[in-house]
Ligand binder design. Structure first.
Ligand code: WTA
Length: 672
């Protein structure tokens, strides 16, 4: 990646010159301070040690901060002992915060539940005792396959309470995905539900567990299953009341087990480096990677970042992160960070458009949500639905908005701030990964003058750099690869059962540096802009172009709600740019008028030409109704590339809606 080849792509984002400095009022009350940067850069280890002491309660205080002697496996606070659930729940009750609301649950059908920290302590204690009664012990693995209901948080915390290692599998994954994750972790218990509510219907979960375990309904029968599977028991939450198959001796109702269990239980202190959880990444190729995290460092960084990046005031804020606990965002910013900080938070079971497209904003209004953390894809979906929808609700309680999961294009960032945040709230674009465990690069509200579309700077105590092929830092104004140059507390400790793969994947590309797999650039101020995965960087006629860059240009056109760009093989130029766009509602009629939307395509190609340059002009623009997305909302460019290159479309099993690909393929063949 040379500087000049990246230049056309960079110039578009580099010309973004809007700035939003913090207001004096916000700065005066902010949790974050500019001095944190100088303190951490002067003495990173004492900075983190201080956070670990202040934010967590330790059973045995640590004396060591970082042991990097077995690099790239770090040990943080290794001679200390603590319990994650004690930190997230019990100490709040002990210290007089038991009546504070921990969870405000909103089910998709409109049912609600409120759990205080004292309620949570009783529930989690019962669940821990029930798990112990089923033979689960410290170090055992427990698979959790649940909808977004309070029991998901309770189950995670109950594992942590007894030192068992949870492996949450997103409820939208198939039986096959669940089976491979259970097998890889050798889980002895699965916690699931009969089903959950999604898009206005009860959607079953238990059959996938039965299938994954080769249970009662399987031709092999339970005996063969028993010989093969590591799983001894399945705890089943009753959520929808739908019919379930039952394997006697294996399956146990959650409510019966909890009723029979005592609500008194003492959390088990574990070493700081005791594994807290395994989380499988949605692996594009090959076997999913079981990313595992440990206790002390992970809790330190999730709590610190949650407090400073979102400016959490636990007594007054109502926090809502829209992520499912099946993803890392749900682990770090639903279960652990917020609860360790004693926050009051909303959890919502369903989809944003059930029963209507204003549901999220209705929830913000109802609970007076003050901090909202969501993904760019959700923001762009709301842009597509039109700004009249959020305008119907009172969103005045909001004071901080966060974004995570993919690069946020400046137009979506601006829309988020203007339409949702009333041009008032700071927007924090937070870069991190399953592997990093917690936020790494982000503005700090109250401190940073934000720039639409940029994650800006590594947080205090974090060392990130943008390097070229030769591992040399690039100058300001240039692009390269994002690396992390020093170990951080919440870093992954490895890939479960495959440490060599850990070293190969993250530590072999650049000597002594963690390679994140993302492209990034530094602007003239040295601020970092994420450009998407490096495998999404295209090479057109020898020029490197970022998919994100072109998507951003497309979305900056008033007609476009959402865009996905891929590089397709091209005999002349190496790769060619192929764009898939969704139009905003107000412009959809125009496509019908002009047939295949040729007019629209010409206009958008001209727009990209003026935004970035002729080199970035898409060869093909296809107007589509939907984009293929994983259930976590990531656009699957791999599938779009298959369509653009006229190949048979690859594995679509992780798509939220697999029929989307057929519609797109049909459209493309008739328009090129
Ligand atoms: C991308 C989600 C740009 C990035 C927490 C990373 C981002 C991958 C951002 C990790 C952001 C996440 N700007 N890109 N603010 N946040 N990404 O493991 O490509 O699901 O490598 O973790 O998402 O995705 P993961």
């Amino acid at each position: 990646m040379t500087d000049t080849s990246h230049q056309p792509a960079l110039d578009n984002l580099l010309s973004e010159d809007r700035r939003f400095p913090p207001t004096a009022e916000f700065g005066a009350q902010a949790n974050a301070h500019a001095e944190m940067y100088s303190w951490a850069s002067a003495d990173r280890l004492s900075f983190w040690a201080e956070q670990a002491r202040n934010l967590l309660t330790w059973d045995t205080p640590f004396t060591e901060v970082l042991d990097w002697s077995a690099a790239p496996v770090a040990r943080w606070f290794a001679d200390g002992r603590l319990n994650a659930c004690e930190n997230a729940v019990d100490r709040h009750v002990r210290e007089g915060r038991g009546e504070r609301v921990a969870l405000l649950f909103e089910g998709e059908p409109g049912d609600t539940r409120t759990l205080t920290y004292a309620d949570l302590q009783r529930e989690v204690s019962r669940a821990a005792n029930a798990m112990l009664a089923l033979g689960v012990g410290t170090g055992d693995r427990v698979a959790i396959y649940l909808p977004m209901i309070p029991e998901a948080v309770v189950a995670m915390l109950a594992c942590a309470r007894i030192g068992a290692i949870h492996s949450v599998v997103f409820g939208g994954f198939s039986a096959e995905a669940l089976r491979s994750r259970i097998d890889d972790a050798q889980a002895s218990l699965v916690i699931t539900a009969d089903g959950g509510y999604r898009k206005g219907k009860a959607s079953a979960l238990k059959p996938a567990v039965d299938e994954a375990l080769g249970g009662a309904a399987d031709a092999l029968g339970p005996l063969d299953h028993g010989a093969q599977s590591s799983v001894h028991h399945v705890l089943v939450v009753r959520r929808t009341g739908q019919e379930v198959e039952w394997t006697d001796g294996r399956d146990v109702w959650w409510h019966e087990a909890l009723e029979a269990a005592s609500d008194q239980h003492t959390p088990v202190p574990v070493e700081a480096e005791h594994p807290l959880f395994i989380l499988y990444t949605s692996g594009t190729t090959g076997k999913p990677k079981g990313i595992f995290h440990t206790t002390g460092g992970y809790l330190t960084q999730t709590a610190f970042t949650h407090l400073t990046v979102f400016d959490l005031k636990p007594e007054t804020d109502v926090y809502w992160c829209t992520a499912d606990v099946g993803w890392i965002t749900g682990h770090s910013y639903v279960t652990y960070g917020p609860l360790v900080n004693g926050a009051t938070q909303v959890i919502y079971e369903g989809t944003p458009d059930t029963p209507h497209q204003g549901r999220w904003w209705e929830i913000v209004q109802k609970y007076r949500v003050s901090i909202l953390y969501t993904a760019p894809t959700a923001i762009r979906t709301c842009m597509k639905w039109g700004e009249e929808l959020p305008a119907q609700y009172d969103l005045s309680s909001l004071r901080v908005l966060g974004s995570v999961g993919e690069p946020i294009n400046p137009e979506a960032w601006m829309w988020y701030r203007r339409v949702i945040g009333d041009d008032r709230t700071p927007v924090v674009d937070t870069w991190w990964q399953t592997e990093t465990g917690a936020i790494m690069i982000s503005p700090l509200p109250g401190v940073t003058a934000t720039k639409p579309g940029s994650a800006q700077a590594p947080l205090p105590g974090i060392s990130a750099e943008v390097v070229d092929e030769m591992a040399q830092p690039v100058p300001n104004g240039s692009g390269g690869y994002l690396v992390l140059t020093e170990p951080w507390p919440s870093m992954l400790r490895g890939i479960w059962g495959d440490q060599q793969r850990y070293v190969d994947t993250y530590w072999s590309r650049f000597d002594g540096m963690y390679f994140a797999g993302d492209g990034a650039k530094k602007d003239e101020d040295g601020d970092i802009w994420l450009l998407g995965r490096v495998d999404d960087v295209m090479n057109v006629s020898g020029h490197r172009l970022s998919t994100t860059e072109i998507e951003s240009a497309l979305v900056s056109h008033p007609m476009v709600a959402e865009a996905a760009v891929v590089g397709a093989q091209d005999a002349t130029t190496g790769q060619a740019v192929v764009a898939f766009v969704i139009l905003r509602a107000e412009y959809r009629d125009r496509v019908d008028e002009v047939g295949e939307g040729a007019d629209v395509a010409a206009e958008l190609r001209a727009h990209v030409t003026t935004q970035i340059g002729p080199i970035a002009k898409p060869r093909t623009i296809l107007v589509v109704a939907e984009l293929p997305k994983t259930r976590s909302g990531k656009i699957m460019r791999r599938l779009l590339r298959d369509v653009a290159e006229h190949r048979t479309v690859g594995d679509v099993t992780t798509l939220a809606d697999s029929s989307v690909m057929d519609q797109i393929a049909t459209g493309l063949s008739s328009s090129t």
